[in-house]
Design a protein around this ligand. Structure first.
Ligand SMILES: [Zn+2]
Length: 99
């Protein structure tokens, strides 16, 4: 594992990333507020939200997984539904891939 990825993962797991909720905790004033600017869901930006719950990040992650799967398999998909199951909050969301 690349050292920078290790450090980043450690920061996420320790809740030490400078997400907006951490900046609020450190009494840093943000004129634009502390909500996630990516999805406009009126939710405070936390590491969990940023990586697993934000509508924007979930969409990007789903598209990346579909692309990676196509790149790895390098073969046409079968008749069965080609889907990517991604974690979205507490519920599972299925994104159908193109056939
Ligand atoms: Zn968001």
């Amino acid at each position: 594992m690349h050292p920078q990825f290790k450090l980043f993962t450690w920061l996420v797991l320790q809740d030490r990333l400078n997400t907006r909720n951490v900046l609020r905790r450190r009494n840093k004033y943000l004129e634009e507020g502390y909500n996630c600017p990516m999805c406009h869901d009126d939710v405070e930006e936390t590491a969990v939200h940023l990586f697993f719950q934000s509508t924007f990040s979930v969409t990007v992650l789903g598209l990346a997984m579909v692309s990676a799967r196509k790149y790895i398999s390098n073969a046409p998909t079968s008749e069965e539904a080609d889907s990517v199951i991604i974690l979205h909050g507490c519920s599972m969301v299925s994104i159908e891939g193109d056939k």
